[in-house]
Ligand binder design. Structure first.
Ligand code: SF4
Ligand code: SF4
Length: 342
């Protein structure tokens, strides 16, 4: 068909489908909705990617992380992030990876962010609590009031293990209990534990509210585990999930599903509006997904943290691609889950 390149970017070509091009360009969809160009409205969150090293190799991973990956952020780049957090008055830091806790500078960075009185969110895969040197990770998080956002793609063992590896479900539950024990996930303790669901296949996520109620009931009844919120996130057609779609010959149909479900009401809530993403090498991106596709900030905005320019970045035009349909399908999908209430 020849409508996309291997990165998932639109090439703007129609596919010869009878009534309409099979793939529209995302910017054309925005234009049709009078939402073009997609433009940042500020920088409320600095998302810092610690690199691709991870103790797991999940089948859906959009960053293709794993134990053999060696890219990791250095202390110099983290110090520059801290300068920016201080000087640009950005309230929230969103730490992601890979498994960021495996980086030797992780705890230094969290402590420095808290010393600046920033709200710190950390995306935790749960099993990292059992990696050497992280035995006290739950206490470390609790002592610093870090918001933990933990991957838990299902409450059923067979689904979690199929997506994330044998034994991951059991380890994840043990980790959740440990987090509960230090005060996470209880309504009145103030330590926030949010779980992340993503589909195990090429489906779109179900309604977030209903699934959250199912998760809460199932995890409490079977394991005595509590948490605060469930975020449903669509699988993005990039990284290892892109490879899976190609391998299973599902790429065309998945993209059609995303495009058919395009919802302009979800556009204002996508994370590139209020987030700036820093790569492990200091490159700047509109979001974590653009980062994985190597699509750095553009349209006159600096593309590296060494040339950080608040005025240019906070109202920058966002770099878009076909994968952006993954954020705007149905109720929308962002790093904080569904964009619209369902
Ligand atoms: S999805 Fe998360 S836990 Fe799984 S390999 Fe990727 S970064 Fe690691
Ligand atoms: S992938 Fe999503 S968050 Fe990233 S630029 Fe596209 S719409 Fe924005």
């Amino acid at each position: 068909m020849g409508t996309t390149d291997t990165s998932g970017r639109a090439t703007g070509q129609a596919t010869g489908c009878e009534d309409r091009p099979r793939f529209r360009d995302f910017d054309t969809a925005l234009q049709d909705s009078r939402l073009f160009p997609l433009t940042a409205t500020g920088i409320e969150t600095l998302q810092v990617n610690f690199g691709t090293l991870c103790n797991q190799s999940c089948g859906h991973c959009h960053v293709s992380a794993g134990p053999s990956r060696s890219e990791r952020i250095g202390k110099g780049t983290l110090k520059k992030c801290l300068e920016i957090l201080r000087d640009a008055n950005i309230a929230t830091v969103d730490i992601t990876g890979g498994a960021p806790e495996l980086n030797p500078h992780f705890r230094f960075f969290v402590d420095a962010c808290r010393a600046l009185d920033k709200h710190v969110m950390s995306r935790c895969n749960l099993t990292v609590l059992f990696e050497p040197g992280n035995e006290d990770l739950a206490e470390f998080y609790a002592d610093r009031d870090v918001e933990v956002i933990a991957s838990m793609p299902c409450y059923l063992e067979k689904n979690v293990d199929a997506q994330r590896g044998p034994g991951v479900h059991e380890k994840s539950l043990t980790a959740l209990k440990r987090l509960n024990d230090v005060g996470y996930g209880r309504e009145d303790d103030g330590l926030v534990l949010n779980l992340v669901y993503n589909p195990g296949d090429d489906a779109l996520p179900p309604p977030q509210c209903e699934l959250e109620a199912d998760y809460k009931r199932a995890l409490w009844d079977a394991h005595g585990v509590t948490f605060n919120n469930l975020f449903t996130i669509a699988n993005m057609p990039i990284g290892r999930f892109h490879e899976y779609l190609r391998r299973e010959k599902l790429y065309q149909s998945y993209m059609e599903r995303l495009i058919d479900a395009y919802n302009p009401d979800a556009v204002p809530g996508v994370m590139c509006h209020y987030t700036l993403s820093v790569g492990w090498d200091g490159s700047l991106y509109d979001c974590d997904f653009n980062q994985m596709l190597g699509m750095r900030c553009d349209h006159g905005a600096p593309e590296h943290i060494s040339r950080f320019d608040l005025e240019k970045l906070r109202s920058r035009r966002v770099v878009t691609g076909l994968h952006c349909f993954g954020c705007t399908a149905g109720a929308g999908s962002s790093c904080g889950g569904a964009v619209l209430e369902q």
